[in-house]
Design a protein around this ligand. Structure first.
Ligand code: PA5
Length: 353
């Protein structure tokens, strides 16, 4: 276990520069938006729906896009985490094929399907087979810098898509929101960063609460749902630990009933409520009542409220806390946050078959 106040020890544990990448997220977001703005993506006359196909750290940007566009775009955005595309995908479906490495087999398969169905495709990648295929096929490529863990490249794997849609004239006002986002992340870097001691650092304190417990992260449909999913994935991949997520109001109709037994296992859960000013007001009440129902049965509860004006800044204010918390939780378990040997093993085994 690493002392979270020992920044040197944290850096030593971190073989891939994961903490440094986290610290650079604000700058990454600005660069990512510029990359998207400058990308040579021909404007489409008609977009009937948008599909983001990818996995893991390359798919969550699709969920961010889906949530961001929900009240801003007149066409649906769907996220596809599979080898195949749904039957409705056709020439009116703009497909973003997203793979940070460019080598994820499900995404390559979905890319081929999209081409076969006549969908206009944009590849978002740092290189690999996807970059090579798209270049050979004359498919527009938005190329982002390599060298990060995919889940540390969330700016690169999300914001270029917003810039492309803005370039098509179907989204507006993104530049101001990205500028606010970068300012927010800069401010939070000081609060959550390695040098800020535990007593003043909400991410380090929350990691201490989650240590030895099962985190359960609850968000709200339409806003923080994507953040809850992100927190779960980050705890899994960075701390190599289990975590679970769900959303209001749906969880009020099933999951909340399951807090009666086994009592000793329930006492291992730590519940995180994610709140945002854009949540439906009834969801706010639901969170209050739900907290009363479950609080005495679990190890503890943390409520986190987003900050910022625009939706981008608000969502990332919560994502950023989860990212740092998961990396500190890794350190508390003595785990290097960057490498994901199990995923590498799975990909290696699959490649043999
Ligand atoms: O964060 C990770 O390392 C994973 O979730 C990867 O993103 C996932 O395995 C897909 O790989 P890629 O992003 O290279 O397509």
């Amino acid at each position: 276990m690493v002392n979270l106040n020992d920044a040197g020890a944290l850096r030593t544990l971190d073989s891939t520069g994961f903490f440094e990448a986290l610290a650079g997220l604000g700058e990454q977001c600005l660069k990512a938006y510029e990359i998207g703005r400058k990308a040579a993506v021909p404007r489409l006359a008609e977009v009937r729906n948008i599909m983001v196909t990818g996995l893991g750290g390359s798919a969550i940007g699709g969920d961010l896009l889906r949530v961001y566009c929900q009240e801003r775009l007149g066409v649906p955005v769907v996220v596809n985490r599979d080898y195949t595309l749904p039957a409705f995908a056709d020439a009116g479906t703009l497909v973003f094929a997203v793979s940070y490495s460019g080598n994820t087999e499900e995404t390559l398969s979905a890319y081929h399907q999209a081409r076969g169905k006549g969908c206009p495709v944009v590849a978002l990648t740092s290189g690999g087979k996807l970059q090579a295929l798209a270049a050979a096929d004359g498919v527009p490529v938005v190329q982002v810098p390599a060298g990060l863990a995919p889940r540390a490249a969330t700016g690169y794997l999300f914001l270029p898509m917003l810039a492309v849609l803005e370039g098509f004239g179907i989204l507006a006002g993104v530049a101001d929101e990205v500028a606010e986002l970068a300012r927010e992340l800069e401010a939070y870097r000081a609060a959550y960063g390695l040098e800020t001691p535990e007593e003043k650092n909400p991410a380090k304190r929350l990691a201490q609460n989650l240590k030895g417990r099962i985190p359960v992260v609850w968000g709200a449909s339409g806003t923080t749902e994507v953040v809850a999913q992100r927190w779960k994935g980050q705890i899994n991949e960075n701390a190599k630990a289990p975590a679970y997520w769900n959303v209001f109001p749906e969880l009020n109709h099933n999951e909340v009933v399951g807090f009666e037994q086994p009592a000793e296992l329930l006492r291992q859960l730590w519940i995180v409520f994610l709140k945002d000013s854009g949540d439906h007001p009834r969801v706010g009440y639901r969170m209050e009542v739900t907290r009363q129902i479950i609080e005495k049965r679990v190890a503890g509860v943390t409520e986190v409220v987003s900050t910022g004006a625009g939706l981008l800044a608000r969502l990332y204010s919560l994502i950023y806390l989860g990212d740092w918390t998961s990396a500190y939780l890794a350190a508390l378990y003595g785990i290097d946050p960057g490498p994901v040997k199990v995923i590498d093993y799975l990909k290696g085994e699959l490649a043999k078959r």
